[in-house]
Design a protein around this ligand. Structure first.
Ligand SMILES: [Zn+2]
Length: 490
């Protein structure tokens, strides 16, 4: 009798396992979300996008943009994806920013190729978009495919995921393309969170976490109505989904110019601004090297370590046999600070606004296992000298004056550098000169107006403006022209 009972229980368990999978498991989520039947998906909606690394000060989140249209089309079989957005920066009073311009980025990835689609510069409205290869974006855009709910389940299945029970559901982990993914499946068999990590120059191993909620049936496919992604601790995307299409045709052939694209070699050009003062150009953001009596002062460590290594090599060639003792940082924005750590490894002290020191200290303490840079290997401690209103790096060759740019809508912890002997001002993002023959902007940029007010307030006699961005060194006449101020009112 007992044997028969045991047998009956065993049979009952076997039958139940065959019919319904235990709730909260990978298998149950595959059933509930119909993972096996989803070959491609398209979802659209509206919400917010946030500009990673561009917070208005280091204690604030990434700045928001209103997204009036968001559309993602994903083909899980290639894999490939196209994400299209219409967005405009959100104005948050009282911060004064330039009038927001609408942007319509289209980002594509297919296999090992990534590209952006944009109308050619100066093209008539409706002109066919041109593909610009973006090889550095392949990693992030591929990650965006595998963190979607169906993508996560497919990748988990294809990469021998391991599961652990967790609060009514499970935690599912796997590695794909060298990247670790950890997702949670809830008791309703829904993927409610996916975490992965990517290297970013300022933050090191940077957590990218996507949270899915409000799952609904969208005409035959179960999909979250709300998607929130954070990167480096703050939101980068917050989309309310209004429409989902199951298995649409998503055909994204790689354009020939993307297939044949060869990234240009790293280039550093030297432009002498005055005796002992050199601007290092050749990329999106420039660096200035200043030859002092027994050391070098560098202004700005932009981009990343690759850029810093190339610039440092050129500085040492231009100013031989002197150590780089200081690197001055204009503000934390990642395009201006991503290369600083390489200078710290060189032994340089970071000179930045007082508000930025704790931010860099915390960011630079994060693990760097994905792409260990030189500082991660040398483990040198970063040294800081901070600025509130004014700071002077004194030297027998020349003094270097560093001022806070007060009241700028661009950033609250924002510095400019002035060389009184040469009358050179070095600044980034407050004024970016256009091409020499470009007409001044129709509406003055408030950041440039504010820079002009700061120059007036501090009574700086400026002859050259070495902007961190832009195609040329400018003059005060250029600055005045850009904001519609006549010289005689100075
Ligand atoms: Zn900036």
């Amino acid at each position: 009798m007992r044997k028969l009972t045991v047998l009956a229980v065993v049979v009952a368990i076997a039958i139940s396992a065959a019919c319904t999978k235990p709730a909260g498991t990978l298998e149950a989520a595959e059933d509930t979300l119909g993972a096996a039947t989803v070959k491609s998906i398209e979802y659209s909606g509206t919400g917010k996008w946030f500009q990673f690394g561009q917070a208005p000060n280091p204690t604030l989140p990434w700045p928001p943009f209103d997204v009036s249209s968001f559309k993602a089309a994903i083909n899980y079989e290639v894999p490939s994806a196209r994400i299209e957005m219409v967005r405009k920066q959100t104005l948050e009073a009282p911060r004064v920013r330039p009038a927001p311009a609408e942007a319509r980025p289209i980002q594509v990835v297919s296999g090992t190729y990534a590209w952006n689609l944009a109308a050619p510069a100066g093209a008539a409205p409706g002109a066919a978009p041109v593909a610009n290869a973006q090889p550095a974006a392949v990693e992030e855009r591929t990650m965006e495919i595998w963190v979607t709910p169906h993508g996560f389940l497919k990748a988990a299945r294809a990469n021998a995921a391991t599961s652990e029970a967790a609060s009514g559901g499970s935690t599912v982990s796997f590695t794909a393309g060298g990247k670790k993914y950890v997702g949670t499946i809830n008791a309703q068999n829904q993927v409610d969170k996916v975490q992965t990590w990517m290297d970013t120059p300022v933050l090191g191993d940077t957590l990218v976490e996507t949270v899915y909620s409000d799952y609904k049936d969208f005409g035959g496919v179960t999909f979250p109505a709300h998607i929130v992604r954070t990167q480096g601790g703050h939101p980068v995307l917050d989309i309310t989904v209004s429409e989902v299409k199951l298995n649409p045709a998503v055909d994204l052939p790689v354009p020939d110019q993307v297939k044949n694209f060869t990234p240009p070699a790293v280039q550093v050009n030297v432009q002498k601004l005055a005796d002992g003062v050199y601007q290092m150009t050749g990329a999106n953001a420039h660096t200035v090297a200043i030859d002092q009596s027994d050391h070098i002062v560098v202004v700005e460590g932009p981009a990343n370590e690759a850029r810093s290594l190339a610039v440092i090599a050129k500085i040492k060639e231009t100013i031989p046999n002197k150590p780089i003792r200081y690197v001055i940082n204009s503000h934390v924005h990642f395009d201006h600070s991503g290369g600083l750590r390489t200078y710290v490894d060189e032994g340089a002290t970071v000179v930045t606004h007082q508000m930025n020191q704790p931010y860099f200290e915390q960011a630079w303490a994060a693990p760097r296992t994905l792409n260990p840079d030189r500082l991660a290997q040398s483990k040198k401690a970063a040294k800081f000298e901070t600025v509130t209103d004014k700071h002077v790096l004194a030297d027998s060759k020349r003094n270097i004056e560093i001022y806070s740019i007060a009241g700028s809508g661009h950033n609250d912890a924002f510095l400019m550098i002035y060389l009184p002997k040469e009358k050179i001002l070095i600044e980034g993002d407050a004024f970016t000169p256009g091409a020499a023959d470009a007409p001044p902007p129709a509406v003055p940029n408030p950041y440039t107006v504010n820079l002009y007010e700061n120059i007036q307030r501090l009574k700086l006699d400026v002859r050259q403006i070495a902007a961190i961005h832009g195609p040329r060194v400018a003059t005060m006449a250029d600055l005045r022209a850009a904001i519609g101020v006549k010289a005689d009112t100075n």
